[in-house]
Write a new protein. Structure first.
Length: 210
């Protein structure tokens, strides 16, 4: 088994320390940082994402795998920056104003990182203006808005409107998701994309920026 396959394998099992050691080993062997990221870490996280989507693994396994991925990425970051390897896109994620739930948002963030995105997490109870400010500051291609309550999901429209008012329409796409949110609601408020769950969020994001 190659060192890249070992990285993927250990990431899937959530063995953070082994992933760290193997990433360092791969670098010491002179492997390209981008290759380690894509064929090791992201390949492993991709498998976890597919299994999560198929209900073969659950939230705890995803969290453990994501932690292992983070451990490996920390070692790679300086080398990736030096090599000029860029993320496939930048997404700002947050939970809408009035809503304090963050598990769904955190999972989406992990899936996005696992798909090669740079994720800017702006937290919970976020006003519309803050989504827009952060998107502008980070030149984000995407804004991901989460809500878990029927009473707060209506605030997603404020984010869509704020993005349009700020002239981000067409430049920065707005994605929505969360338990009460549907494709029909997404269309109604004029958002660009909807993901039914964290596992499909990364696929939707890639389609939106393609």
């Amino acid at each position: 088994m190659s060192v890249l396959e070992q990285i993927a394998e250990n990431l899937i099992k959530g063995k953070a320390n082994d992933v760290k050691t193997l990433v360092q080993q791969a670098l010491d062997e002179g492997l390209d940082a981008g290759k380690i990221l894509n064929e090791g870490l992201l390949a492993g996280m991709g498998v976890v994402g597919k299994r999560f989507k198929a209900n073969e693994v659950y939230v705890p396994e995803v969290l453990i795998a994501a932690r292992a991925m983070k451990a490996g990425t920390e070692i790679l970051k300086p080398r990736l920056a030096a090599d000029g390897v860029k993320a496939c896109g930048t997404i700002v994620v947050g939970t809408v104003q009035g809503d304090l739930h963050d598990i769904g948002k955190n999972l989406v963030g992990m899936m996005m990182e696992g798909a090669g995105f740079k994720v800017i997490d702006i937290g919970i109870n976020v006003p519309a203006e803050k989504f827009v400010e952060s998107a502008k500051e980070n030149n984000a291609e995407l804004i991901g808005v989460s809500a878990l309550l029927t009473t707060t999901m209506t605030n997603m429209k404020a984010v869509v409107d704020a993005a349009k008012s700020a002239g981000l329409a067409g430049k920065t796409k707005v994605m929505v998701g969360g338990a009460p949110v549907t494709q029909a609601f997404c269309d109604e408020i004029g958002a660009d994309g909807y993901a039914a769950d964290a596992a499909s969020a990364a696929d939707v994001a890639k389609e939106l920026i393609a």
